[in-house]
Ligand binder design. Structure first.
Ligand code: ATP
Ligand code: MG
Length: 231
């Protein structure tokens, strides 16, 4: 029996047969500004609403900027839980490497058997830190085993190149192979505008939509339209 958890993203659970697989790793792969960080924020917010412990590891922004972004969307849960269920850590790609070998095993031992939600946003600076493919695969493989024990995780991966093409970049292949699920957030260009769209590239142990679904980001967050074509 595969346990699922609600994503917290409006319209997403209908695409993936009710939600994320519990204790899995999802890579959210997307263009600049596609909505990756908001996607992760909504995923953690759902955890806070359920009284779960949630962890946001940022390799990019500090806590103030994160809270400002969350509050711009009307999400008050993060500030309310800052000394409780919401744990925020800002680190560099290099720090993150040490975090995986030293702190994560310690936190894991302390939280044995408890489910957490964790986000690493973006994972890309850590990938730059380890250029050697074999080493990257080993470190990331071990890290993902630990993260699955820890709970349900989302890592974001920044995507470069032609915004309207769907190909997966070779330098970013390892995390995409090692992840249980890959969600692509892209922009489809048509007649002078970019429409944001989400596709599920894979989801191990679960059925999922094979379509490309348009979504909007408004002042309330992401809204995915399950049954509409992109154009
Ligand atoms: N209040 C809002 N109304 C409409 N759109 C918004 C609003 N707030 C954010 N957005 C959209 O969300 C985008 C930013 O989302 P987010 O920060 O999650 O993207 P990202 O994929 O993490 O970007 P980056 O690659 O810079 O990290 C903006 O580019 C804009 O399109
Ligand atoms: Mg971001």
């Amino acid at each position: 029996m595969i346990d699922k958890i609600k994503s917290g993203i409006l319209g997403f659970d209908a695409l993936v047969n009710t939600g994320f697989v519990k204790n899995s790793i999802t890579a959210v792969y997307g263009s600049p500004g596609a909505g990756k960080s908001i996607f992760c924020t909504e995923f953690l917010r759902e955890g806070l609403k359920e009284g779960e412990k949630v962890f946001y590891v940022s390799l990019e922004q500090d806590l103030d900027s994160f809270l400002r972004g969350a509050e711009a969307l009307g999400f008050t849960e993060f500030r309310e839980n800052i000394n409780g269920n919401f744990v925020f850590a800002r680190m560099t790609g290099h720090d993150f490497k040490n975090f995986l070998s030293v702190e994560l095993p310690r936190v894991l031992a302390a939280r044995k058997g408890k489910h957490s939600r964790i986000v690493i946003d973006p994972l890309t600076p850590f990938l730059w830190e380890i250029k050697d493919a074999a080493l990257q695969r080993n470190i990331l493989g071990d890290a993902f085993v630990m993260l699955r024990e820890f709970g349900t995780a989302i890592v974001t991966i920044e995507r470069y190149g032609d915004l309207s093409r769907l190909e997966l970049s070779e330098e970013l292949a390892i995390p995409l192979y090692l992840s249980d699920s890959v969600v692509l957030m892209s922009m489809a260009y048509n007649q002078n505008f970019y429409q944001k769209a989400v596709s599920i590239i894979k989801m191990r142990f679960s059925g999922h939509s094979s379509g490309m679904h348009p979504f909007d980001i408004t002042e309330k967050g992401i809204q995915i339209f399950q049954d509409q074509p992109v154009f």
